[in-house]
Design a protein around this ligand. Structure first.
Ligand code: DSN
Length: 413
C-alpha cells in the first residue's frame, strides 16, 4: 500500500500507514464495517474522480462524458441484475442521502413518516432529532415488543391506522433478526402509504440470497454499498419503474450536484463481485460466524437482545453484567477488539453511555475467519468484560489478537 502519497504529503501518508496497521492488527466487529477489495479501492482511487457529470447517462450537463456514461450504465445494469429490480439509482452519495432523496421524491413538507425509533434500533436518517426529516416531516415512531424485542406488528398497524403516514420505513441499524416484508406490505397497503425498506445493513445478505428480499414487497429500497455489500462508501436506491423519474430527479438536481464517478465505478466493481458464487459463500459464513459468536457469549452468561441473531449482527446487554456499553467498548479496544456502544431496546441509560454493545461478523469473515475463531474471540470478549480491572489480561489478549490478525491478513499481498 506504499505509494506516492508518502512522498508528496508525508503527514497524510504517515497517518494512512498508521490506520492500515490499526486495521491489520485489530479485529473489527463493528457490523457496518468491512474491507473493500483491492479492485474496489483501485476504482475508487481512480481518475474517474476528475470528471463532472451532472445528469444521467446520455443526458449530461457537461461534455466529455462518453466513458463516464458507460461506467454509470454498467453500474446500473449490474445492480438491476443483482437485485432483480426495475430501476436503480447509483448516484446517492450515502445511505442517508439515499433516504433524503426518497423523502424528497415521495413526500411534501408536513407529511407523516412512520419509522422505528432510534433508541430501538432505527437510524438517525429515519427522522431522529436534529435531522432534516425531523424538521420537515412529522415523525411517528414505532418501537419493539418488550418481551420478544422484535417488531410488534399489532402496534405498527395501530399506529399506521391512527396516523395515516405517507411513508412507512422498515429498516434498522441494530436489529439482529430476519425481516419478513409481507406484513409490512399488508400494513402499507391498508393505509395507502409508500413502503421504504432501508437495507443499509442487510443489502449484502439480500444480494447473496441469504435474507428475504424486499424488492417484490416495497416501493423503494435504499442501501449503502460499504457495509455487507463490501463496496465503496456510498448509497444506492432501487425502485419500481413508475417511481424512477421521481427518484432520479430527487437525487439530481433535488439533493445532489455532480455524481462521484470514481465511487460509481467502484460500485460497479462491487456489484460484479457480489454476483459471484464466492460472495454467496461469504455471506453464509457471515451468518454462521454471527451464530457462533452469539452461542459462546450466551454460554458465558451474556444476555443477547431478542435471544440471538438471524443476521450479521448481535446486540449484547453488557450493563446487565455491570459494565456500561461505552466502558465495555473502551476495554475491548484496549484488547484489540473494536466494537461500538449501542442502546438496547427500552434502555434505561443514555445513548452516550448505553447498556449495550453491537457486534457483527462481516469484516472478520472477509479476513477468512470462521466459527473456530469466533469461539476464541467470544471467549476473549467475555474475559475482558468480566475482568474490567485486569489490564494485564487485556495486554495478553491484545497480543493474541495481533497473532490471529497476522494469520488472517486483510490484504494478502
Ligand atoms: N453508521 C451506520 C451503522 O453503524 O450502522 C449506519 O449508518
Amino acid at each position: 500500500m506504499e505509494g506516492l502519497l508518502s512522498k508528496v504529503d508525508s503527514e497524510i501518508g504517515k497517518i494512512l500507514q498508521e490506520e492500515l496497521t490499526r486495521e491489520q492488527k485489530t479485529l473489527s466487529l463493528i457490523p457496518s464495517e468491512n474491507y473493500a477489495s483491492k479492485a474496489v479501492l483501485e476504482a475508487q482511487g481512480s481518475i474517474f474522480t476528475n470528471k463532472y457529470a451532472e445528469g444521467y447517462p446520455g443526458k449530461r450537463y457537461y461534455q466529455g462524458c462518453r466513458f463516464i456514461d458507460k461506467i454509470e450504465e454498467i453500474a446500473i445494469q449490474r445492480a438491476k441484475k443483482l437485485f432483480k429490480c426495475e430501476h436503480v439509482n447509483v448516484q446517492a452519495h450515502s445511505g442517508t442521502q439515499a433516504n433524503m432523496a426518497v423523502y424528497h421524491a415521495l413526500l411534501k413538507p408536513g407529511d407523516i413518516i412512520l419509522s422505528l425509533s432510534l433508541a430501538e434500533g432505527g437510524h438517525l436518517s429515519h427522522g431522529g432529532k436534529g435531522t432534516l426529516p425531523y424538521k420537515y416531516y412529522r415523525i411517528v415512531n414505532y418501537g419493539l415488543d418488550k418481551a420478544s424485542e422484535r417488531f410488534d406488528y399489532k402496534e405498527i398497524r395501530q399506529l399506521a391506522k391512527k396516523f395515516s403516514p405517507r411513508l412507512i420505513i422498515v429498516g434498522t441499524s441494530a436489529y439482529p433478526r430476519k425481516i419478513n416484508f409481507s406484513p409490512w406490505k399488508e400494513i402499507a397497503e391498508e393505509v395507502g402509504a409508500y413502503l421504504l425498506a432501508d437495507m443499509a445493513h442487510l443489502i449484502g445478505l439480500i444480494a447473496a440470497g441469504v435474507h428475504p428480499d424486499p424488492v417484490p414487497y416495497v416501493d423503494v429500497v435504499t442501501a449503502t454499498t460499504q457495509k455487507t455489500l463490501r463496496g465503496p462508501r456510498g448509497g444506492l436506491i432501487l425502485c419500481r419503474k413508475e417511481l424512477a423519474p421521481l427518484i432520479d430527479r430527487a437525487v439530481f438536481p433535488g439533493i445532489q450536484g455532480g455524481p462521484f464517478m470514481h465511487i460509481i465505478a467502484a460500485k460497479a466493481v462491487c456489484f460484479k463481485e457480489a454476483g459471484e458464487p464466492q460472495f454467496k459463500d461469504y455471506q453464509k459464513r457471515v451468518l454462521s460466524n454471527a451464530k457462533a459468536l452469539a452461542k459462546v457469549l450466551k454460554e458465558k452468561g451474556f444476555r443477547l437482545i431478542s435471544g440471538g441473531t438471524d443476521n450479521h449482527l448481535l446486540l449484547v446487554d453488557v450493563f446487565s453484567r455491570g459494565i456500561p456499553g461505552d466502558r465495555a467498548a473502551d476495554l475491548l479496544e484496549e484488547g484489540g477488539i473494536v466494537v461500538n456502544k449501542n442502546s438496547i431496546p427500552f434502555d434505561s441509560r443514555s445513548p452516550v453511555s448505553p447498556s449495550g454493545i453491537r457486534l457483527g461478523t462481516p469484516a472478520v469473515t472477509t479476513r477468512g475467519m470462521g466459527e473456530l475463531e469466533m469461539e476464541v474471540i467470544g471467549e476473549w470478549i467475555s474475559e475482558i468484560l468480566l475482568n474490567p480491572n485486569d489490564e494485564i489480561l487485556r495486554k495478553r489478549i491484545r497480543k493474541k489478537v495481533e497473532e490471529i490478525c497476522e494469520k488472517f491478513p486483510i490484504y494478502k499481498n
